[in-house]
Design a protein around this ligand. Sequence first.
Ligand code: ZN
Length: 196
Amino acid sequence: MLHFYFGVMGSSKTAMLLMQRYNYMQLGLKVALVKPAVDTRVSVNTVYSRVGLQAEAEIVLEKGNSIREQLNWLAVQHAHSDFQYVFVDEAQFLTEAQVQEMADMADDLEIFCYGLKTDFMGQFFPGSAALLRLAEDIQEVPGSLCWCGCKATMNTRIDGRGNVIKHGEQVLIDNQAEIRYIGLCYRHWREGKSHG
Ligand SMILES: [Zn+2]
């Protein structure tokens, strides 16, 4: 089955992913950790959570890569034929074709994709749109709050002075130090208020 767990910035999606993966590994299950190559937090293959958990991804998926081929290659490296569980961090950066491929593979594989639903402009990421169409299990990772105390549902890009940015590239490849992302409620995202 293909699962999509979505949440906004600060909802501890990656921490949840890493804890779920750890629990499965403790049970002796064969798990693979995957991330799309575009995420530039920490080093290229580190899956990093703000609460301090981290792990190395076994597969860093480039845009043109086939997940099926990458998993087959990894299975050969590990001297066993199949993985039972696949965990994908930052799944919003998957391509539509990669999500389609995962959906087609999920008959006999459990694939857990964690990621953002929408970008700082309130638009779908390509990976999220495909996951919302094709995943059989879709759940929201709760926990992120706006500064006002309401549930945060909107990913918000802010500059060094706390100004809300509503236009620009969907993904900033080189980490611009001044740019940060926070979760806001819809009202405060719409009004562009990043603090009280
Ligand atoms: Zn608010």
